[in-house]
Design a protein around this ligand. Structure first.
Ligand code: SF4
Length: 227
């Protein structure tokens, strides 16, 4: 049984305090600045917890996302660590395949996601004991069974998804309750927001992740960050 099993009964604030007490700076939270992530950021910063917060700047994010990164820094007067792709590998891919190779094949798309997201994530998680995410089980078929805490054997760390059971309505209520800054694209039909060339708004009734890599079939729609 996971040594974190007991945290599954806790509310979000108590869960974050428990993790901060147990792991200190060896606990990290990865934010993509989604509204789920903004909730967790809000509580970590407001409670002055030692949990480090980082984000992956793929170099292809929406201007609105960069703007939110900036306003979040200003609102809490705290730093969010930024991890950027390795420029040598990226230059090589861009030189050989051009700037939009991800539309051509799934292999190219995965290569781009690896260089811009997975490799920087691997660096960000080096030496970490506990990784907190803002994933929710409602996000996609692949995440349906998402546990609140799990041992990640591949990365040798505990992965904690405190919002796993939250509904979108609960997420919105929390944002409103604490007046948390969020991405203005959420109000324009963008539910799940990633890189600009690979994200579109969704229509009513469409799956949460329908706007991500919309040219690919559903079972391929993960970027390798969360296996
Ligand atoms: S989401 Fe698109 S642009 Fe971003 S890393 Fe993946 S393939 Fe590249």
């Amino acid at each position: 049984m996971s040594e974190l099993k007991h945290i599954e009964q806790l509310n979000l604030v108590d869960l974050l305090k428990e993790i901060a007490g147990k792991y200190g700076v060896n606990a990290v939270f990865s934010t993509s600045l989604s509204w789920e992530d903004q909730i967790i950021t809000h509580h970590i910063f407001s409670l002055n917890l030692p949990i480090r917060i980082f984000t992956l700047d793929t170099g292809r994010l929406f201007p609105e996302t960069y703007s939110l990164l900036n306003s979040t820094r200003e609102r809490y007067h705290k730093e969010i660590e930024v991890y950027f792709p390795n420029h040598v590998n990226l230059q090589e891919m861009l030189t050989q395949k051009g700037p939009i190779s991800f539309y051509e094949t799934i292999e190219n798309r995965k290569e781009c996601c690896f260089l811009r997201k997975v490799e920087p994530l691997n660096r960000a998680l080096e030496g970490v004991d506990c990784w907190i995410t803002g994933l929710r089980s409602e996000h996609s078929e692949n995440r349906k069974e998402l546990p609140i805490s799990e041992w990640d054997e591949q990365r040798k760390l505990y992965k904690v998804n405190p919002l796993s059971n939250w509904t979108l309505t609960e997420v919105k209520k929390e944002i409103e309750k604490y007046n948390i800054p969020y991405n203005v694209l959420h109000d324009k039909g963008f539910v799940s927001i990633g890189c600009q060339p690979c994200t579109r708004a969704i229509k009513e009734g469409e799956d949460f992740r329908a706007g991500r890599w919309w040219w690919e079939s559903n079972d391929k729609k993960e970027c390798g960050l969360h296996n």
